[in-house]
Design a protein around this ligand. Structure first.
Ligand SMILES: Nc1ncnc2c1ncn2[C@@H]1O[C@H](COP(=O)(O)OP(=O)(O)OP(=O)(O)O)[C@@H](O)[C@H]1O
Ligand SMILES: [Mg+2]
Length: 281
């Protein structure tokens, strides 16, 4: 029997109650796992929790050294702000972050609010934001995001439309803060669109394989996705902007086959493990 952990937890935005509920949720799953050793928990709850905070989710990528892998992968420069919105302009200047900035709620708790992002174009408007937040430098990427789906050992990449580039001239004219539309989720795949090949080309396979292997190990998870963008004007400089647990696999091509093979491989390794144990006694 297989038991798959749901990624839906209904918690409030407040940091401490979020952590308390998360702890309770982990304990319930761990308790269940102990009482039912026949059940396979696909991914441990505490590892999933790691992806519910936009700072800790990217830490594994920050620590990676992916040179010599047909490209570079990093994380946009960012700071975390947990209190006092009036201090944000000062914190941004102190950290040397360049405008525009993408403001993202620090906690990703499954609510629509936690996916409400803003692009801020000037220092003053930053004080209107509601912490806890991550403020991330906007990286021009030609309007395409690569959704990299991981299911165990399998890697599937899908291109989706994203936010357009900002020109230097636009920046001098724009001020204020603008909500980010969820373009990547409501628009269809950009796979068949007629795009400039330098923007549309998928990240190199060896780079994705190395990234997926490292993140599987560092995060301790098997079912997740990585949102990656290519810095505009480069061929091989990539940024990871988001990692989600158990994303909408329904949008992944061929998901039925990929999942079936993944589940079968789990059953086979469990079977091998049990026959090995029996034969050793
Ligand atoms: N640093 C960045 N530079 C440029 N664009 C960004 C950056 N961060 C986010 N975006 C844009 O905002 C979109 C949503 O960002 P992100 O994936 O971090 O948030 P999310 O709440 O998980 O949204 P979604 O559920 O749509 O993936 C991205 O697909 C991309 O278009
Ligand atoms: Mg995302």
């Amino acid at each position: 029997m297989l038991f798959c952990i749901s990624s839906q937890v209904n918690v409030s935005q407040a940091l401490c109650s979020f952590q308390l509920l998360a702890k309770e949720w982990c304990e319930i799953i761990e308790d269940y796992r102990h009482k039912h050793p026949e059940v396979t928990v696909l991914d441990p709850p505490d590892a999933i929790q790691h992806l519910r905070n936009r700072k800790s989710m990217l830490q594994g990528v920050v620590d990676l050294n992916l040179s010599d892998c047909h490209g570079k992968v990093g994380v946009p420069r960012q700071i975390v702000v947990t209190k006092d919105p009036s201090s944000i302009p000062y914190e941004v200047t102190k950290a040397g972050l360049k405008l525009p900035l993408v403001a993202k709620p620090l906690l990703v708790d499954g609510t629509a609010k936690s996916h409400k992002l803003f692009v801020a174009y000037d220092q003053l408007s930053l004080a209107e934001l509601e912490p806890p937040l991550v403020l991330q430098e906007f990286v021009n990427h030609g309007g395409i995001v690569f959704k990299v789906y991981i299911v165990g050992e399998s890697i599937t990449v899908v291109k989706r439309f994203s936010l357009p580039n900002h020109g230097k001239r636009d920046l001098s004219k724009v001020a204020g803060m603008y909500p980010v539309p969820r373009v990547s989720s409501y628009l269809s795949s950009a796979e068949d669109a007629d795009l400039d090949p330098s923007i549309a080309e998928h990240p190199p396979r060896p780079l994705l394989e190395k990234l997926a292997t490292e993140l599987r190990r560092r995060l301790g998870l098997r079912l997740f996705n990585i949102d990656m963008i290519r810095e505009h004007g480069t061929r091989d400089v990539f940024y990871v902007i988001d990692i989600n647990y158990f994303p909408g696999y329904g949008k992944m091509p061929d998901y039925e086959r990929v999942f079936t093979e993944f589940l079968l491989s789990l059953v086979q390794s469990k079977y091998k493990e049990s026959t090995f144990l029996k034969s050793s006694f």
